[in-house]
Design a protein around this ligand. Structure first.
Ligand code: BTN
Length: 328
């Protein structure tokens, strides 16, 4: 039998404990099978109270993002106005890539409740369990050279950071170039993938992963020391639809500003949310490690460092590690 019969049974008797014995008898399955299916449902986001001699009681159902709630939360001209909501996919980056190749318009957004092969930066996996995060990708079609793509990465980080702070009050800051951290733990990752032709951008896919309502037990053990969620930080569940609406609004506003005035205002906004500037850092780059004090962004979005030899260097890509010693 599928676990949906078990679920139907629990759903049909809200608030009531149903004993393992009764479930096992009515569904003709063993008590171990009942327990296994309860655990499977827990992984899907259902919460149960289990009390010995009383049985199981459904406490809450997983939240689903609904089109109606999203449309209500979206106050944009185009970003997110075409939106595809998926229960599960490999990666929303792939979904948007397929749509882009079929000619989808700028601002097209794909959101998934769960990703099975969520992609992170530098070939890493992105943990994307069901129902509790925001896993989404936005299609951009800027008429710009490919060399401008890193600036769009910084812009996306600013947009998400501003939206997260406004909606949840969580004090997130940006680690160069585009990780959002709270007290040293990562709460959001951004992956910008660009497809070009003749040195120009054909399209960009801005992938945004936000750990919204995850609990510590939703994180694999290796992520527990380095990751967090907005709920873990604020103690409150955040409304994912409202947060998506706020991110889209910020993205659209900053993108227009960038198209009109270039990178300079975006750079200033990035600095205002930066937790990198002023710190001693080590950056792992393709050319090796570089250490020094981060002094901010240059005019193009590169990270300016004053090295141990007092010489300035600009870094354009790499992985920042804080050296523990903060000069501020
Ligand atoms: C990082 O390594 O920090 C970037 C993580 C980006 C994750 C998001 S989730 C939505 C989109 N789909 C993916 O497969 N990855 C991005």
């Amino acid at each position: 039998m599928s676990h949906s019969r078990l679920l139907d049974m629990l759903l049909s008797r809200p608030g009531e404990f149903i004993s393992g014995e009764e479930i096992s008898r009515k569904l003709s399955i063993s008590r171990t099978a009942v327990w296994k299916q309860i655990n499977k449902l827990r992984e899907e986001g259902y919460e149960f109270e289990a009390v010995s001699r009383k049985g199981y009681r459904l406490v809450s159902k997983p939240e689903r993002l609904e089109y109606s709630a999203l449309l209500h939360a979206l106050d944009t001209a185009s970003f997110g106005q075409t939106v595809k909501l998926l229960e599960v996919t490999t990666s929303t980056q792939e979904e948007v890539r397929l749509l882009a190749e079929q000619g989808a318009a700028e601002g097209t957004l794909v959101i998934a409740e769960e990703q099975t092969i969520g992609r992170g930066r530098q070939g890493r996996k992105w943990h994307s369990p069901p129902g509790k995060g925001i896993w989404m990708s936005l299609l951009l079609r800027p008429k710009l050279p490919l060399s401008a793509a890193p600036q769009l990465t910084l812009l996306t980080a600013v947009a998400v950071c501003r939206a997260v702070r406004a909606v949840t009050g969580v004090n997130a800051g940006i680690k160069w170039p585009n990780d959002l951290l709270v007290d040293g733990r990562k709460v959001c990752g951004i992956l910008l993938e660009s497809v070009g032709e003749d040195e120009m951008i054909r399209y960009c896919i801005a992938g945004i992963g936000i750990d919204v309502n995850l609990e510590e037990e939703d994180l694999p053990s290796e992520l527990v020391p380095i990751a967090t969620s907005l709920k873990m930080e604020s103690g409150k569940k955040a409304d994912r639809a409202v947060l998506i609406g706020a991110v889209m609004k910020e993205m659209e506003k900053l993108y227009e500003l960038y198209m009109e005035e270039g990178f300079s205002p975006i750079g200033h906004l990035w600095e205002a949310q930066s937790i990198t500037t002023g710190r001693f850092i080590t950056v792992k780059t393709a050319q090796g490690e570089i250490s020094g004090r981060a002094i901010g962004l240059d005019a193009t979005g590169g990270l300016l460092l004053i090295g141990v030899d007092n010489q300035p260097t600009t870094i354009f890509s790499g992985e920042v590690q804080f050296d523990g010693c903060n000069s501020q």
